[in-house]
Ligand binder design. Sequence first.
Ligand code: AMP
Length: 584
Amino acid sequence: MEYNNLAKLYEELEKTTKRLEKTFVISNFLKETKNEDIQTIVLLLQGRLFPNWDTREIGVASRIVIKAINLATGIKAEQIENEWRKKGDLGIVAEELVVKKKQKTLFSKDLTVNKVFENLRKLAELEGMGTVDKKINLIAELLTSAKPVEAKYIIRTILGELRIGVGEGSLRDAIVWAFFGDKIGVRYDEKEKSIDVRDRTEYNKYVDAVQKAYDATNDFSVVAKSSKKGLTELEETSLAVGRPVKVMLALKVKDVREGFERCGKPAEFEYKLDGFRIQAHKNGKEIILFTRRLENVTKQFPEVVEFIKKNVKGDEFIIDSEAVGYSQKTGKYLPFQSISQRIKRKYDIEDMAEKFPVELNIFDILYYNGKNLLNEGFVKRRELLEKIVKQEKRKIILAKKFVTDDEKEVEKFYKEAINSGNEGLMIKKLDSPYKPGARVGHMVKLKPTLENLDLVIVGAEWGTGKRATWLSSFTLACVDDDGNFLEIGKVGTGIKEKEEEGVSFKQLTEELKPLITNQKGREVKTKPKVVVEVTYGEIQKSPTYSSGYALRFPRVVKLRLDRGPDECSTLNMVEDFYYSQKKK
Ligand code: AMP
């Protein structure tokens, strides 16, 4: 396919903010896309070259893009920078400047989607000496052949700012409409911008099937490819060892009684450990560890890999667990924050493993020796774990369980959990399946505290005086159902001046600096990537912020490196908390 077709689609998507219209436009495009292009198109539609769990990144900074535009057009870097300052978008700058290209080069030819994809993938894979020049050449090669509108989207894709507003929900529905729409009678009214379906229940069945395949694969390109083949293929698209699965999430309950209501009697109770989630895969010999954000942390936790190798029987499996830090002196569990720095650590790994040891608490299994266990009841899955895990204290154990139907007994267990430093209890429904990515109430959590919010930082301000080299006041946002980030306030407290325990200004500055997309005076905007846990005195309605809410006395509690922006608190949660505080 010619890249120009895709660029036109991007333009069309950029023109509308209406979700259904976007879905319709994408679904028509997918219908027309040939089998061999479908995966590439679905990735590029998300502004990606790899599925979202793949750690490879394009890794090209604005300054390299400027050099590439310079090489392709002959226009001076200074002028490009000036234009950038005026327009605030290097994509638009590229679009305007390739028109002014001194002359068409001899090598200029129509770009195909494959050619663009190939060059961009190479950007992500380059390593070692001379990388910068090679990157500039790869981009310039594309720009030399690009039509203006193509240049705009190539640059935006490279910089990770596609700006076409296509969320996961739209893409999922577009796949349903494209490949099953005729069969289930989906009709889109272009004038009214509304849809009509013959039978809602049937329609939802297909939406659920696509969502289910996505939750298990984390890759819409795979889901689209199998949907194009048919429903049977779609339904068979599920777990694969080595490819992370979205973890099952927990709903919150207010007391033990509600826990039983959700999970039935008897139910299994476990400590809610204050560590971080690890999904471990074994494929033959290799062990791969993923966080709940599906990041590969195998290298950061060599000792965990060893524990699993040695203590879990089986050739192939996917297990779900919580890694909890403990004090070497006292042997007692430590809060998550004490080990959080291990998650992103790239050097002195062995040293860190010694200083900040973790114990792996396994609580679920999704796949075992060729068998998908998602639909197996929880008790059966737990029984299997009991057979295959050799427990060794302070290395690898099964989460402590307590099965009962007695509220009083649970209260005792709950107290015991809190007193020994845990966050509360997890309650699990005995016969439930494992639902990747879902908060369906098969497992619920019971915690005593007022719920903190996990918010993503979308902007900040450079400090003054002795804080001049640090970002200081941070703009926070929650997420709505379409994946838009909506501001909810600014926070500057709870952050430490020194690098002691807790979050420091220096650390936040280091995390955020590479994410800056725009700067005006002291104010910067950042890509929504860094999530912080925030407490507050109260949530208020407010016209100041785009969420319509503001936090009173917000304070940063933790930097949540284990959480992605798509996992931060939703607008619905903020609304719920707002109304529940009013009831009190
Ligand atoms: P929350 O982060 O508050 O949504 O609570 C859910 C998280 O609790 C999970 O993602 C796990 O990381 C963690 N957790 C701690 N102990 C357990 C347990 N026994 N079973 C399941 N999840 C647990």
